[in-house]
Design a protein around this ligand. Structure first.
Ligand code: SF4
Ligand code: SF4
Length: 371
């Protein structure tokens, strides 16, 4: 692994996608600032945001909680350009870079990614000349390391790494639940990245938080193996144990989650052979799970012409226990003032945007029974 990325012994990255909220639903900048301070004090340096996170509010919070309050050389910042948003032109896609610089006030980006590449959007990055544009910014010193985050199939990853063999790093979705999941193909993508000798950052090590709170059978397996460790620790350490990984991004939303993450990532120890056996037992248990595998990333939401709260509806569906009144109440809260599952006009925009490749249209039909 390259040593040019700095700290080899502190692989926890601070993901700024799922920020703590105030009672009114807005992002709680003060709480983020408190977490930022704790993270840096503990030795953390890597912060990860994106132009699209929270419609730009993540970058604003990053400025106020991190950039305005800490010396610029005491941390590294990653953000991302998303050319796949419906309706963009070459100019508006490129403008994202300048807007991100303005919003964050960072001066330059340590890491910059073409965001969420897949077969559904890769043509926009080509057609708009984004690869060359990003390299121009790097030549100007406005980007230190560039690459792409990836949600496509292994063959596409191989093609991209062959064609763009000068990328400094890539970001992959890797967790033990998706290791052999054909829709995500964590294992195959990881192996291709290793064949191309490219360094990686890891996103979704806890699958949008789902692996931090697994079902009771899985919790029991973890507790029997190590009563003192959280379920989250297994997912984060699983990703961090892989060779070639420079940072595992954890979307920490509270000081408690951060303290938990820090407790096993400050003096990180890779999983042992016996711990891998526990993971294998958990993976077997997960085969029985038929819940909707939505990570609540919200990439599907902004392009929906019916303004359907897709991840919120799926969360309610996953919690449905046959208690129809309870399920209906939660559904009404999740969809208040928004489109309902039955309002879907099957335009397909959401399915093109979904990094988990979920069959959203048919899943919404299943959810309509909650109305
Ligand atoms: S297919 Fe349905 S849910 Fe998806 S974007 Fe179109 S209207 Fe919205
Ligand atoms: S349905 Fe897909 S795109 Fe939408 S929030 Fe869930 S995982 Fe993200």
């Amino acid at each position: 692994m390259s040593d040019r990325f700095g700290k080899e012994d502190f692989k926890l990255g601070f993901g700024l996608m799922r920020l703590p909220k105030r009672a009114d639903g807005s992002n709680d900048t003060e709480k983020v600032a408190e977490m930022v301070d704790r993270f840096i004090e503990a030795g953390g340096t890597y912060f990860d945001t994106a132009f699209v996170y929270d419609d730009g509010d993540s970058e604003r919070v990053t400025k106020e909680a991190l950039i305005d309050r800490h010396p610029r050389d005491s941390f590294t910042l990653c953000t991302k350009l998303n050319a796949g948003i419906p309706g963009l032109t070459e100019q508006t896609a490129k403008q994202q870079f300048h807007t991100s610089l303005e919003r964050t006030g960072a001066g330059y980006f340590d890491y910059y990614l073409l965001h969420a590449l897949s077969r559904n959007n890769v043509r926009y990055y080509e057609d708009f000349g984004i690869w060359d544009f990003v390299k121009e910014q790097k030549a100007k010193g406005l980007i230190r390391y560039y690459g792409f985050s990836f949600h496509g199939d292994p063959q596409l990853l191989d093609e991209l790494l062959t064609e763009h063999d000068d990328v400094d790093f890539i970001q992959l979705q890797i967790n033990y639940a998706d290791w052999d999941n054909p829709g995500v193909a964590s294992k195959e993508c990881y192996e291709i990245a290793r064949r191309h000798s490219v360094s990686m950052t890891i996103m979704e090590p806890l699958k949008g938080g789902a692996l931090a709170d697994p079902n009771d059978n899985i919790k029991r397996l973890f507790k029997e193996a190590a009563p003192e460790l959280s379920a989250a620790s297994w997912g984060i350490r699983y990703a961090a144990s892989l060779e070639g990984v420079i940072a595992v991004l954890s979307g920490m939303s509270s000081i408690e989650q951060m303290e938990d993450n820090l407790s096993y990532m400050r003096n990180f120890k890779p999983l042992s052979e016996s711990e891998y056996k526990v993971i294998a037992a958990v993976q077997k248990e997960l085969e029985k799970d038929n819940s909707i595998q939505c990570t609540a990333c919200k990439y599907c939401v902004s392009g929906c012409p019916m303004d359907i709260a897709i991840p919120g509806i799926f969360a309610v569906k996953n919690k449905e226990t046959g208690n129809w009144d309870g399920g209906r109440g939660a559904y009404q809260i999740a969809t208040e003032g928004r489109g309902k599952a039955s309002d879907c006009i099957e335009c397909g925009q959401c399915e093109d945007a979904c990094p988990q490749h979920l069959p959203i249209i048919s899943l919404l039909k299943d959810c309509a029974n909650l109305e």
